[in-house]
Design a protein around this ligand. Structure first.
Ligand code: CA
Ligand code: CA
Length: 556
């Protein structure tokens, strides 16, 4: 049989040579390679999408795909031009309908809400009352309803908590100022960083009150708490309990980097706060903002905090975008691997917090615009397929961009649910004037090739393979190609191999040996286009198209 086949093949090749004249070797090569492509294509077309048959299981622990909401900009329920709690509630079925892996939802299972406390600032990071919500967002009852509705759908609520500074309008600070003016530094002044003039060599970042100054690193409207005082600590315990008792699942701690000052060791204070919160709610989730280098982040992990944002991988000039720009996947895999080792050595229980951008940074769509839709999908693969919690900034999943990068408010423009009905919300005077490039949520849900549907797929795969979030990167797998990132994630005996092809235009054929993963099988692929054929390992090889990713695990 075989012999007859090869004879026929010879004859047909001969015929082909005669017809084409065999004059040009290159063209006959390209012909045979295009034939091979055709046959591999028809083979792949038979490959079922492995994700279709997988089973998504809702997360019940701290490992989550988090969605960051800037309440003012998300959804306005009463037409006053300000997003609010009822607006968020009306969109919860979009975020997570409570049916893991099914339905028309994004599938995120935690919200990080930037501050909701009363504040004159639109961003609310200068808190005037830690025990209430801003009335433009709704009432405490509305907030409680939001938490309840989130929990119904399996969504955790992580509240932004500002412990570094307070609003200069907060009554506690105003009372302290009155006392300080009279020369009394032992009363309410103890809550804050009040010192005699001259205490700071540089008084630029201070507020002057009588003969004294109060530290204020961010703004003269935001004086700093004294984190080394028992009075402050008692107050913070009360604040944490107030919100945890209302059902909040955790806190995002603002400006952790600034906890360090002349007489406070930030990590000691952070450890105290983490321990105190765990006494109130033992499975509380805490993630800190330490916009700093590995060295500092590692120091703060020694506090036992669950997570600190991995800033170096984020932002338009961070490691992920850089690596995509330079097609330098292998190098990025090395950095992911060493980061995981470094931080887990400081806190073995640490949960990495990986993201592309947040409310303080130009939207990632701006940085990735030149890479096209496939490049934007690829960036999502890269940050969401490392162990830990992913943080998706609202609107990132529909590819929102900042129309202007001069000021923060342009990174915080309203979410677009329907590009044919632009939101009537203004953010510090700025509003949406143009429909987003790829359409709003409604348009993208209807398009199987959309960025939004790509995000939905990644989250679904993470719910099907819980080890991706919960494992550790145990080692890097190189493929002798600087464009290819490969790393192993291991958890409780399971071993997964994640591979990304960082090339913008070249497919990569890679050898997958039994030593890497015994009985290897593709459990999920992430392609630039939903129309592309699904990936499979054939004869120990797999071919990844440009800007694609794959997760491989043992079939057994
Ligand atoms: Ca409103
Ligand atoms: Ca769902």
């Amino acid at each position: 049989m075989k012999k007859i086949l090869s004879f026929l093949l010879c004859a047909s090749m001969l015929g082909c040579c005669v017809l084409s004249g065999c004059g040009n070797t290159a063209s006959s090569e390209s012909k045979s390679s295009s034939k091979a492509e055709e046959s591999s294509k028809s083979d792949s077309e038979k490959t079922e999408d492995p994700v279709k048959s997988g089973k998504a299981v809702a997360s019940t622990d701290k490992y989550r795909n988090v969605y960051q909401i800037f309440t003012q900009s998300f959804c306005d329920s009463n037409g006053d031009g300000i997003g609010d709690f009822k607006g968020i509630i009306s969109q919860l079925d979009y975020l997570n309908d409570g049916n893991p892996g099914g339905g028309d939802d994004l599938g995120v299972d935690a919200l990080w809400m930037t501050p909701v406390n009363p504040s004159e600032s639109y961003h609310k990071y200068s808190v005037e009352d830690y025990y209430n919500v801003d009335e433009s967002f709704g009432t405490l009852d509305d907030f409680d309803t939001l938490v309840k509705e989130c929990h119904k759908r399996g969504i955790n609520v992580i509240l932004d908590l500002v412990l570094n500074h307070i609003s200069y309008k907060n009554p506690l600070f105003l009372e302290a100022c009155e006392e300080v003016k009279k020369g009394n530094l032992d009363g309410k002044a103890k809550y804050f960083e009040f010192h005699e003039k001259g205490y700071y060599s540089d008084e630029v970042n201070t507020i002057s009150v009588g003969d004294y100054v109060c530290e204020a690193n961010f703004s003269p409207t935001m004086p700093e708490w004294n984190l080394n005082s028992d009075k402050t600590k008692d107050e913070f315990k009360k604040i944490a309990k107030f919100w945890l008792d209302r059902g909040v699942d955790g806190f995002r701690l603002d400006a952790v980097k600034y906890f360090d000052n002349k007489h406070t060791k930030g990590v000691d204070f952070l450890k105290w706060f983490v321990d105190s919160c765990r006494k109130i709610k033992n499975d509380v989730y805490l993630v800190g903002e330490d916009w700093d280098d590995d060295f500092q982040i590692k120091e703060f992990y020694a506090s036992g905090i669950d997570s600190l944002f991995a800033f170096k991988f984020a932002q338009s000039f961070g490691e992920i975008v850089d690596s995509i720009n330079m097609s330098a996947g292998q190098n990025l895999a090395k950095k992911f691997t060493s980061y995981d080792k470094k931080m887990s050595s400081a806190n073995p229980e640490y949960i990495n917090a990986v993201f592309l951008s947040n409310h303080d940074q130009t939207r990632i769509g701006n940085a990735l615009k030149s890479k096209g839709l496939a490049g934007e999908k690829f960036a999502a693969n890269v940050y969401m397929l490392v162990p830990g919690n992913s943080f998706t900034y609202y609107g990132e999943e529909i590819g929102m961009i900042a129309p202007n990068t001069d000021s923060d408010k342009y990174y915080r423009l309203p979410m677009v649910f329907d590009s044919e009905k632009l939101p009537d919300i203004t953010v510090d005077g700025a509003s949406t004037v143009e429909a987003p490039r790829y359409g709003g949520v409604k348009q993208q849900l209807a398009d199987k090739n959309s960025l939004l549907n790509h995000y939905r797929r990644i989250i679904n795969v993470k719910l099907q393979n819980p080890e991706i979030a919960r494992g550790r990167i145990t080692s890097q797998q190189t493929f002798n190609d600087p464009a290819v990132a490969g790393y192993y994630i291991e958890k409780d005996g399971a071993k997964l191999l994640v591979i990304h092809n960082f090339s913008s235009d070249k497919e990569k054929t890679l050898e997958i040996t039994n030593d890497m993963i015994p009985d290897a099988k593709v459990c999920a692929d992430f392609l630039g286009s939903a129309d592309d054929a699904h990936l499979a390992i054939r004869d120990g090889k797999i071919t990844l198209p440009a800007y694609s990713s794959v997760v491989i695990r043992s079939a057994a």
